[in-house]
Design a protein around this ligand. Structure first.
Ligand SMILES: [Zn+2]
Length: 443
């Protein structure tokens, strides 16, 4: 590793945590370590029972939404597996499950994912990264590999944005994004405090779940891609560059509601027509320049929404995603300019209000390189790509170095019972996670 990049990695760590004690290289010893792919598959299959539709099979997916009975049973199963593997699970006040492999010194290397699902979800989103993390701890133990840092796995609670209308909820708490009053929010007839109590957390001590910067040497997450890029390109491993930034706007178009039979076309102020042009303008702004940016008009409300009335008002959502906030701003400038022309030609007024501005979470450059070296050591081809979906890793990036490993999703399908990652790819991903742990252990 070049001195410069090592310095950059250390710079990403707060000074107090940057205590590195170079020790004898364990490369030769670690070179042969592999995870047990068969056991990983068995565990993913066993976990799939919790939340499976009645009378269903593995391919019918799961509904294991956060705080549900299925979620609680699934968490119990995973904790039993952790114990059976010889580790001691611990639930933090936010309900996250941690298990640490003793040994080493300084801040631990943390890795894991989540096991809650969306309603009608699949068996790989989150499950692979969680059980893959356990497979890595076991592989280290089985091979008797010493690491410089303690190794710790985590199963994040409440990752999917379903319960309480929010996602990555419990890693947010660990990253410090929590307020005591958040525990009073009610969803589905239950307070967030009671929901967290249900899964073994302690809402009265919720602020103690926060972890300061430098708590972890590095955070790693193995996850399915949830898009079709890797499968299409026949690429085994995706090295995540970061989790994209999201800008969301509300566009309000004001026209004039009038009779659909008696108002000549030339006299109309049709808000719906303007909305249609604006939707195309979003698409044009996104595709005008090369890149992986995306933009979506996903919601529209028309008033009065009647077949015999020219729409007088339209309200639509515009969501833009990219790793670069500069690209997002440029796309929005483009959309605003086009909106001016559309307003003039349709004789309407168009106003924008920004409702979401979520920054990107960049994966640490040195961790990306570590994942690449890990993939190469296993003879697996790899490519860098952004994550268009949110992950717990984005919160962990707030408190230390972060990296994510993607494996192919068949057909790019996720959040569906049809979600599928081939078993060989699951094992590859967990092996790359293991090797990446070894790589960052040396940084
Ligand atoms: Zn997930």
């Amino acid at each position: 590793m070049a001195d410069k990049s090592r310095r950059q990695f250390l710079a990403a760590l707060p000074a107090a945590a940057a205590v590195f004690s170079p020790r004898a290289d364990l490369g030769a010893q670690a070179g042969a370590v592999r995870i047990d792919g068969r056991k990983l598959r068995e565990r993913i299959e066993k976990l799939s029972v919790f939340g499976r539709p009645a009378g269903g099979v593995f391919a019918d997916g799961v509904s294991r939404t956060a705080y549900s009975d299925a979620d609680i049973a699934g968490r119990r199963f995973v904790m039993d597996e952790i114990r059976a593997a010889g580790f001691q699970p611990r639930i933090d006040p936010a309900g996250n499950i941690f298990a640490r492999r003793p040994g080493g010194s300084g801040p631990p290397i943390l890795f894991g994912s989540h096991i809650d699902s969306v309603p009608g979800g699949g068996n790989f989103d989150g499950d692979l990264g969680s059980l893959g993390a356990l497979a890595v701890l076991e592989a280290f133990d089985a091979a008797g590999v010493a690491a410089q840092h303690p190794l710790e796995m985590v199963v994040w609670a409440h990752e999917e944005g379903f319960a309480f209308g929010r996602g990555t909820a419990c890693s947010r708490i660990v990253a410090g994004l929590v307020d005591r009053s958040d525990m009073d929010v009610v969803w589905n007839g239950i307070t967030r405090a009671d929901a967290i109590r249900k899964i073994g957390g302690d809402p009265d001590r919720i602020l103690e779940a926060r972890r300061p910067k430098g708590t972890y040497h590095c955070y790693l997450e193995l996850h399915i891609e949830q898009g079709g890029t890797l499968e299409r390109a026949n690429t085994a491993i995706g090295v995540v560059e970061g989790i994209v930034a999201i800008d969301r706007y509300e566009a309000l178009i004001t026209g004039f509601a009038n009779h659909a039979g008696t108002t000549p076309i030339a006299d109309r102020q049709d808000a719906m027509l303007a909305a249609a042009h604006l939707t195309i303008a979003v698409r044009d702004a996104v595709t005008r320049v090369p890149g992986r940016q995306v933009g979506t008009v996903g919601q529209i409300e028309i008033t009065p929404n009647s077949p015999n009335v020219i729409p007088g008002r339209a309200q639509l959502s515009i969501e833009l995603r990219d790793l670069s906030s500069r690209t997002l701003a440029a796309m929005m400038d483009d959309i605003r300019a086009r909106a001016g022309e559309i307003a003039a030609s349709t004789r309407t007024a168009i106003e924008f209000t920004q409702v979401v501005s979520q920054g990107a979470a960049t994966a640490t450059t040195d961790v990306q390189s570590a994942i690449e070296r890990a993939s190469e050591s296993l003879g697996l081809n790899h490519s860098r790509l952004p994550s268009g979906a949110g992950h717990d890793a984005q919160n962990m990036a707030l408190i230390g170095p972060m990296g994510m490993i993607f494996v192919p999703s068949v057909g790019g399908i996720s959040h569906s019972p049809k979600e599928l990652t081939h078993w060989g790819d699951c094992a590859n991903g967990a092996d790359v996670l293991l090797r990446t742990v070894l790589e960052v252990d040396r940084l």
